[in-house]
Design a protein around this ligand. Structure first.
Ligand code: C2O
Length: 507
C-alpha cells in the first residue's frame, strides 16, 4: 500500500535542559539518557520501537554559546541486546556481545577524550568499556565559530545500527555574528534532520540482516542501506505550515547511505548563509544543494511571494530515487502573517579566514580503494589500510596540511575528519585505469572549483569517484586520537575508517 504523504506535521525537536543539582544550579551540565522508547513515525503506522536520547527521536537539541563550556553525560540505559541485526565479524565488534554506545559531537573542536572516539564505547551503566574510554562526562569548550553541529552514536562497528535506531540530535552553537544579525529566529528557525527508513508491517523499523548477494556470514553488514520512506525530524514525509515570510532552516543529512540534492518544487532559489563549520562570508543565492550523509547547510527560504501555495522540498539526486523518495517534505504557506517580517539577511556574515596552499607543511595523498574482506565481501579502504593497521596520519599540532583523496572506487564518498574544519581547494579528474593497474596518478582534465554551495568551512566532503579531492586544514588546538572516515555508515563500520594522531612537541 502507498503511504499517504504530508499528513503529519513537522515537529521541532525539544531543547535539552541542563540538570540542576540539589540546591546548586549548574546551568552548564546536561545528562542525556539513551533509552528504548516508542515513537510515532506516521499517523497510519503502529508505534515503532526506537532508541533515543531521553527516549526521543531526534534527540533533544543542545543549545550552546561560542566559548562557553558545557558538560554532557550520555548515559547508556539501553537494553543489553540490540533489536537490529548485529554483525559480530566486523573489526572490534567481538569485544562485547552487549550493546555498546559512545556519542560523537560531529564537527566539534574538542579534546580527544570528549570527542566520542569509536573505541571509547561503554555498555549499559559503564559495565564494560572500550580500550579508548577514559571519562563519562564530555567537555565541550565551544571554541569555534557558531554553526550547526550534531551528536550521534559512534560505537565501533555498531554506528550504522545505533544511528538508524534513532541515536542522533542537533547541537546548535550560536555566536556574536548571529546575535548581532537579525536572521529569522525562534518560531521561524528550524533544524531539519533528514533520514530515510523502511518499516515492517507491524510498524517496527526494518534493517536488512544480509546483503542481496550470498555471503558466508549471518547476520551480515550490507554495502549500504537505503530506506523507502523519507523521515524528517522523526516523521515520514511531514508538512510544515508557514507564514508568507522568511524562515531559517538548518538542513542535516543524517541518513546511513542516501544522498540528497535539495531544491524547491517551485524553483524558488535558496539563500545559503552557512556550511558545516559556520557562516559564509556573505549570503549567496543557490538553486540546489547536495548533502551527502553528515553534511549540513544553513538556508533562508523566503515564502513571502507564495501565500496560499504548497511547495515541496524535493530530492533530485539520481541514486536510489523513485517517485516516492524524490519528495522530502512539504511547506504549506497557509498561516496568516503574525507580525511584519523584520528579519534581515546581512550582506556580510563571517570574516574570511582562508588557508593558503603555500603555507602547508605537508601534503598527503590518500587513496580510496575497493577490495574484499576475509569472507569475500566487498570492503572499502582508506590509504589501503584497515582500521586496526598502524596509524599513518599523524599531523603535528599547529601544522597546516593538504590532503588529497584519490577516489579509485565506483562511488562518491562523504569523507569526514574529526576535530577540524577544512576548506575544499579543488577536485581534479584522473585516469582510473592507470591508477588501478600501475598506481600512477595522471590527471585527465583541469582542476575544478568547489561547488557553489560548499565554499565555506566543511568537516565532510564529497570525494568524487575518479577525481582527486584536495582539502586544506589547520591542526590548531588539540593533540590526541581522532578519526577520519567515510560517513556512509555501512562503509565506516566496515573498515572505511582510519585513526588520526595529532602529535604534540614533534619539533
Ligand atoms: Cu559524524 Cu566520525 O562522525
Amino acid at each position: 500500500a502507498t503511504i499517504p504523504k504530508f499528513v503529519d506535521e513537522l515537529p521541532k525537536p525539544v531543547t535539552a535542559k541542563p540538570k540542576y543539582y540539589k540546591g546548586q544550579q549548574r546551568k552548564d551540565y546536561y545528562e542525556l539518557k539513551m533509552i528504548q522508547a516508542e515513537h510515532s513515525f506516521h499517523k497510519d503506522f503502529p508505534k515503532s520501537i526506537i532508541w533515543g536520547y531521553n527516549g526521543l527521536y531526534p534527540g533533544p537539541t543542545i543549545e550552546a554559546t561560542k566559548d562557553k563550556s558545557i558538560y554532557v553525560r550520555y548515559k547508556n540505559l539501553l537494553p543489553l541486546q540490540h533489536f537490529l541485526p548485529v554483525d559480530y565479524t566486523l573489526h572490534a565488534a567481538n569485544d562485547s556481545k552487549e550493546v555498546r554506545t559512545v556519542t560523537h559531537l560531529h564537527g566539534a573542536n574538542v579534546d580527544w577524550e570528549s570527542d566520542g572516539h569509536p573505541e571509547a564505547w561503554y555498555t549499559r551503566d559503564y559495565a564494560q568499556t572500550g580500550p579508548k574510554f577514559s571519562k563519562e562526562i564530555h567537555e565541550y569548550t565551544n571554541h569555534q565559530p557558531g554553526t550547526t553541529l550534531w551528536y550521534h552514536d559512534h560505537a565501533m562497528a555498531l554506528t550504522r545500527l545505533n544511528v538508524y535506531a534513532g541515536l542522533a540530535g542537533f547541537y546548535l552553537l550560536r555566536d556574536s555574528i548571529e546575535e548581532r544579525s537579525n536572521l529569522p529566529c525562534g518560531d521561524y528557525e528550524y533544524p531539519i534532520l533528514i533520514q530515510d527508513k523502511s518499516f515492517n508491517e507491524d510498524g517496527s523499523l526494518f534493517y536488512p540482516d544480509e546483503p542481496p548477494f550470498p555471503v558466508p556470514v549471518h547476520p551480515s553488514i550490507t554495502p549500504g542501506f537505503v530506506g523507502n520512506t523519507i523521515v524528517v525530524n522523526g516523521k515520514v514525509w511531514p508538512y510544515l505550515n508557514v507564514e508568507p515570510r522568511k524562515y531559517r532552516f538548518r538542513f542535516l543529512n543524517g541518513s546511513n547511505r542516501r544522498g540528497y540534492v535539495i531544491s524547491l518544487s517551485n524553483d524558488e532559489h535558496l539563500i545559503q548563509i552557512g556550511t558545516d563549520g559556520g557562516f559564509l562570508t556573505a549570503p549567496q543565492e543557490i538553486q540546489s544543494v547536495e548533502l551527502l550523509p553528515a553534511e549540513r547547510t544553513d538556508i533562508i527560504i523566503d515564502f513571502s511571494k507564495y501565500e496560499g501555495k504548497e511547495i515541496t522540498l524535493v530530492n533530485s539526486d539520481e541514486d536510489f530515487i523513485d517517485e516516492y523518495t524524490r519528495e522530502i517534505m512539504q511547506f504549506n504557506v497557509c498561516l496568516p502573517l503574525k507580525y511584519e517580517d523584520t528579519s534581515e539577511i546581512p550582506e556580510r556574515l563571517a570574516v574570511s579566514m582562508d588557508l593558503h596552499s603555500h603555507d602547508a607543511h605537508i601534503e598527503r595523498h590518500l587513496p580510496l580503494t575497493a577490495t574484499t574482506d576475509d569472507f569475500g565481501r566487498p570492503m572499502l579502504l582508506l590509504n589501503n589500510r584497515m582500521y586496526h593497521d598502524p596509524t599513518t596520519e599523524k599531523p603535528a599540532l599547529d601544522s597546516i596540511e593538504i590532503w588529497n583523496f584519490i577516489n579509485a572506487t565506483q562511488f562518491d564518498h562523504p569523507i569526514h575528519l574529526h576535530l577540524i574544519q577544512f576548506k575544499i581547494l579543488e577536485r581534479r579528474p584522473f585516469n582510473m585505469e592507470l591508477y588501478q593497474n600501475e598506481g600512477r596518478l595522471e590527471f585527465t582534465g583541469p582542476p575544478e572549483k568547489p561547488h557553489d554551495y560548499e565554499r565555506g568551512w566543511k568537516d565532510t566532503v564529497k570525494a568524487e569517484a575518479g577525481k582527486v579531492t584536495k582539502i586544506i586544514m589547520h591542526w590548531k588546538d588539540y593533540a590526541g586520537n581522532y578519526m577520519w572516515h567515510c560517513h556512509f555508515l555501512e562503509h565506516e563500520d566496515h573498515d572505511m575508517m582510519r585513526p588520526i594522531l595529532v602529535m604534540k612537541d614533534v619539533h
